[in-house]
Design a protein around this ligand. Structure first.
Ligand code: MN
Length: 498
């Protein structure tokens, strides 16, 4: 249990410095979390080991794995940030603090917030590795969710479904997305989960029979055409993804052709098209279901050829054809491009994923600061939001600002995100919404609780301003203002009221 060799075996390097770093983080974390237990009663270190292992499984490098071991250390132990920096340097401290910061954003269970929260999450992470650590942390928390109090279970599972899994999807990390979704599904929709399992029992078995028979035939055809370098496997659709698709098709499982699919993986792109030709030469494809994501990749970078054919004995089968590189990328997405020695600048080969490396590079603390990163931003944003129509110019404009540094993000009661300079107060918030709201402010609530007007806002706070007709701003408010807008409005209103 918790054998560091398990992690070493997942590394794609045997660099002794890398191994030494991981081992140091392992020991440091083990010691710092001594006596600390989880809800399940098991040692807390199990969680850190599992998180680090999830990170290693994605092919990430030693720095990120080490940060995975240390991700809860500042929050949950007596180790101070200075000590962590002294032992592991600024880069690991940065990653750990990034993960800690993200942990403070809470899902409030209103669908209106979701897109804003996702943006907030990605923007706040500042470094793609912070997001990946957070996703791997969440994966283990989902795997052990049965030990958590019931109300909390629901909040975490919903947050996973609405925030974490979509982010994994946008980063192209299909493997994480599928695992997160399927774990959360049973908590958020318990009845639907049970129904679907029942439905799949008969339909899925039938489909598997068609697939097995087809697999034998296709192998024969490929051999006759002298194609010998290929790998075939069955991919079973994730339960939640099946559920979503079924919801769009009146829950009619007969309309779903890819409950399971046959996946053929080959060395080179021309092989993909040859195989497509061989398949279509012998089996009739369903019209409108041939998709060439190699020629036109999906926005998240996904590449593959899909076709659905009549198997000839009543079955309908989806076949996916791709190269090994595409397969790795489809499962591990952006992570498959970060698995180089961190800090170096290897270019991704997939242009659709360039945006991520551009905006959220593995942050290099020696060569360039965040300002240069911020300058590169607008380019990625369009592609960050997979649903372009939702993206809007507004968000892109927001980002042009010095978005990453010294900003906080808070919500209005209806879920709009307001970004303000760090250390802004309720007064700044009120004036950021509307001059009249600021001028008529009589009180404010943060996350449902009344607070003093000089209260400093934190990332992810939901702020509600109470107004009264006869309320007036006071000159005492000015020292609490971080924004010039608020100061200016207060002064002009004071002038008017004189
Ligand atoms: Mn954790």
């Amino acid at each position: 249990m918790n054998d560091i060799k398990e992690i070493f075996s997942l590394l794609n390097t045997t660099d002794s410095n890398d191994m030494a770093l991981i081992e140091k983080a392992y020991n440091f974390s083990l010691k710092a979390h001594t006596g600390h237990v989880r809800n399940s009663g098991e040692p807390y270190f199990n969680h850190l080991f599992a998180t680090a292992k999830n990170i290693a499984e994605l092919g990430m490098g030693a720095t990120t794995i080490a940060a995975g071991f240390l991700h809860d250390i500042v929050e949950d132990t007596s180790v101070k940030r200075e000590e962590l920096e002294k032992e592991f340097g600024p880069e690991i401290l940065f990653l750990v603090e990034g993960v800690t910061k993200l942990g403070k954003i809470k899902y409030r269970g209103t669908t209106r917030y979701n897109e804003s929260l996702r943006k907030l999450f990605v923007a706040m992470s500042q470094d793609i590795r912070v997001l990946i650590i957070k996703l791997c942390d969440r994966l283990h928390n989902m795997q052990t969710l049965q030990y958590v109090r019931q109300e909390k279970q629901m909040r975490i599972a919903k947050e996973t479904l609405e925030i974490y899994a979509p982010i994994a999807s946008r980063l192209g990390i299909k493997k994480l997305q599928r695992e997160l979704e399927d774990l959360a599904f049973s908590y958020v929709y318990p009845q639907e989960y049970k129904d679907l399992q029942k439905l799949l029992k008969t339909k899925g078995e039938e489909q598997e029979r068609y697939l097995e028979k087809f697999e034998k035939q296709i192998k024969k055809h490929l051999a006759e055409n002298n194609i010998i370098h290929f790998r075939i496997d069955h991919r079973v659709k994730g339960l939640y993804s099946l559920f979503k698709k079924l919801s769009q098709k009146d829950m009619d499982i007969e309309k779903i052709y890819d409950i399971s699919a046959l996946r053929i993986t080959v060395p080179e792109i021309p092989d993909c098209y040859r195989i497509l030709g061989i398949i279509h030469g012998s089996w009739r494809p369903l019209p409108g279901r041939i998709k060439d994501y190699i020629a036109s990749p999906k926005l998240n970078g996904y590449r593959s050829i899909h076709t659905t054919i009549f198997s000839g004995d009543g079955g309908i089968i989806e076949v996916q054809i791709r190269t090994e590189d595409m397969h790795r990328e489809a499962e591990y997405g952006i992570a498959s491009h970060l698995s180089y020695k961190e800090g170096s600048k290897k270019k991704t080969t997939n242009p659709s994923l360039l945006w991520v490396t551009k905006i959220l590079p593995a942050k290099n603390h020696t060569e360039e600061g965040t300002s240069k990163v911020a300058a590169d931003i607008p380019h990625w944003v369009k592609e960050l939001v997979e649903y372009q129509k939702e993206a809007g110019d507004e968000f892109i404009e927001d980002i042009k600002d010095d978005f990453f540094k010294e900003r906080i993000f808070v919500f209005t009661p209806i879920g709009d995100v307001i970004d303000l300079p760090k250390d802004s107060s309720v007064v700044d918030f009120a004036y950021a919404i509307h001059t009249d709201i600021g001028n008529k402010m009589a009180g404010a609530k943060i996350n449902g609780k009344f607070v003093a007007i000089n209260t400093t806002l934190q990332n992810g706070d939901c702020v509600e301003v109470e107004t009264k007709k006869n309320a007036k701003p006071s000159s005492k408010w000015i020292p609490y203002c971080k924004t010039t807008v608020a100061k200016r409005h207060i002064r002009s209103e004071l002038e008017k009221n004189k």
